[in-house]
Ligand binder design. Structure first.
Ligand code: MLT
Length: 260
């Protein structure tokens, strides 16, 4: 995919480690807002919107692959003047990190993998995604949001912080049907990244929400064990731990950025 010039992103901080963050699906860069507020003193931190989400342009194609997202990362890095940078991604954003490592390893100097997985979809999951993509185009993404919304958070969050739960529900319902369908197809097509884990040669921090139902802690720990020298930190929260518990996630990232 040709990188688009009008991709949306926002940043904080004027000195320190360049850090680029890629959001999960089907949310957008707003999920990183707590980290933007907290890391600006140690990093030049930039959160981007992938095409079809947040403020980025609509998707004009059937499929947006993880390689396409790696190209989006490169385009935003170029736009903000990051030659080499730390790359962080949550869930789908993590899949994009693996693609970026394959496509431009020379630009990535450290890695933050949040609530994600390295393996590809099972046949069943892939078929489910392709069916969901068709349905999102036919009737809009609402049915998909209904399926996802409880899984995105720790069980206590909808109860204790209903305003946050409703806010994220609104973000997801605001995503375009074309964006949702194109990324579902792209995630369905992603390769197994496990074979590359042992060759990751940059400092890596793995962060997982203790109550993550989509990418549970066991899987995060196994992924971290397969990456040489990786640090694994469990934090409170669910799949969107950086949004639910930004203090704890920032506290994990801060020493990681200061070390190495
Ligand atoms: C995400 O949060 O990005 C999604 O859970 C990823 C996925 O559907 O595999």
């Amino acid at each position: 995919m040709t990188a688009q010039a009008d991709l949306a992103f926002e940043g904080r901080g004027t000195s320190g480690v360049p850090l680029l963050l890629v959001h999960g699906f089907p949310v957008d860069r707003r999920m990183w807002r707590g980290l933007l507020e907290r890391l600006g003193d140690v990093a030049r931190v930039v959160a981007l919107d992938v095409p079809g989400f947040g403020g980025s342009p609509p998707v004009m194609r059937d499929t947006v692959t993880m390689d396409d997202l790696a190209d989006v990362v490169a385009a935003v890095a170029d736009a903000v003047g990051f030659e080499r940078f730390a790359l962080g991604g949550l869930s789908m954003g993590g899949y994009a990190c693996f693609a970026a490592l394959r496509r431009m390893p020379e630009r990535i100097e450290r890695l933050i993998l949040c609530d994600t997985r390295a393996e590809a979809d099972s046949e069943e999951a892939r078929a489910g995604r392709l069916a969901d993509a068709e349905r999102a185009l036919a009737e809009g993404p609402g049915f998909f949001v209904d399926k996802m919304r409880d899984k995105m958070f720790a069980p206590a969050t909808p109860r204790d912080r209903p305003e946050l739960f409703e806010e994220v529900d609104g973000w997801m319902r605001g995503a375009s049907a074309q964006g949702v369908a194109a990324l579902l197809r792209g995630m369905a097509a992603r390769p197994d990244s496990r074979p590359q884990l042992g060759a990751i040669a940059v400092p890596t921090l793995v962060i997982g929400g203790r109550d993550d139902k989509i990418t549970p802690p066991d899987g995060m720990r196994a992924m971290a064990r397969a990456i040489p020298g990786a640090t694994c930190v469990e934090v409170p929260g669910g799949h969107l731990a950086p949004l639910e518990f930004p203090d704890e996630v920032a506290a994990a990232i801060r020493p990681f950025l200061r070390s190495h």
